[in-house]
Ligand binder design. Sequence first.
Ligand SMILES: Cc1cc2nc3c(=O)[nH]c(=O)nc-3n(C[C@H](O)[C@H](O)[C@H](O)COP(=O)(O)OP(=O)(O)OC[C@H]3O[C@@H](n4cnc5c(N)ncnc54)[C@H](O)[C@@H]3O)c2cc1C
Length: 377
Amino acid sequence: MNYEYSQKEFEFFIELYQMVSAYSASHPMDTGGADCEKNIQGGVEKLGQTPYLKLGVSDVENANGLVTLMGAMEVVAAVSPSLYLTAEYSMRLLGRALAKWGDEKQKQAFLNPLISGSAIGALALCEQTVNVDNEPLAATGEKQGSTVIISGRKQFVVNGPVAKVIGVVGTCDGKPAIFLVDGDAPGLSINRTEGSFGYKGACISEMILENCRIDEDRMIRCSEKEDMVSVLRLWENQILTGASLGLMRASFESARDYAKSHKTGGKPIIAYQEIGFKLAEMLTLFQTSQMLAIRAAWTAEKQPREAFDLTLCAKVFCTESAARVSGEAMNIFGSSAYFGANPVEHAYCCARYGESFGTSTELSRIKIGDAALGIKP
Ligand SMILES: Cc1cc2nc3c(=O)[nH]c(=O)nc-3n(C[C@H](O)[C@H](O)[C@H](O)COP(=O)(O)OP(=O)(O)OC[C@H]3O[C@@H](n4cnc5c(N)ncnc54)[C@H](O)[C@@H]3O)c2cc1C
């Protein structure tokens, strides 16, 4: 594979960076609160005016599918982790599910508004208090004529409080399905989860479905041969890998600039060898992560059967590296890291999430070990 991005791709990344940075400077998106929520919705609309939301979902001129997407993910996550999470859980989870398994009518009604950024979606996969990698899906849909009646409880749903449509993952007749439920549907309760440790601007909620009714044509199914939950997990792990790259970029660049400008003991701290070693370690982890993430994205595009294990390797390495790089950035900032709206502090909090979100770092290692031994799940 070729690791080099083309001139056109670089130009797109620069335009994306300038657009998101300018918007985020006048519309804070990582502080939490009502204004922040409005700003993020505006941010998603702005992303809808670029090819960003389409990447990985449909063909984009001068773009190389998931490989271009990985580079673009780094750019958006570095500027605003909360905008990134909102846009990704909307587009690269629910949007990709609609693009892959939805019928034309569903695409028209639900996918097009997500691509244009005029609506935000959510995907509720994980069950209450448990990781779906350990236990079967508990949310169920029961068919009654042309109606499906859904019941279940989901613990954490990114975009739950702001989503126009939520893809609830469960089973119907014993087979996996995604139920497309309107955000304000009768029988659906959304309880916002406040005070998250990172991704402070993202809206997250618990969801309870009690006899929530949808028409049968709002149900998405996959083919018998596919494992829907594993595919959704793969996509979520790609999102967390992309987030880690952005968090590392933000942490490294902020720490490098601070080390050059902040003086103590009569000289800038970059003059102390130990600070230089820290920056060298951070850059090494960041660049190694970039290469592995791009290779995993390329494999998912070109050799999808081999993508599952490699994506887990990339997710483990990149999320753990992001935690380490942002932690070192905190040390370089010293006491300044603990006060005010500091990008390094926020990157550190977001990075810690990456290890537990999606297939957790512990479960990923178990799966990677099984794959190394040739044990099939
Ligand atoms: C802020 C936030 C937002 C989220 N948004 C969404 C969303 O939009 N949609 C969605 O579907 N999900 C979402 N999730 C769920 C998330 O992706 C996790 O999968 C889910 O939280 C798993 O829960 P848990 O880690 O508490 O699981 P648990 O299964 O309770 O795991 C607890 C701990 O035990 C470890 N563990 C579990 N099983 C094993 C094992 N077999 N061997 C060794 N160790 C093990 C885990 O690694 C973890 O460290 C979100 C989670 C958070 C925190």
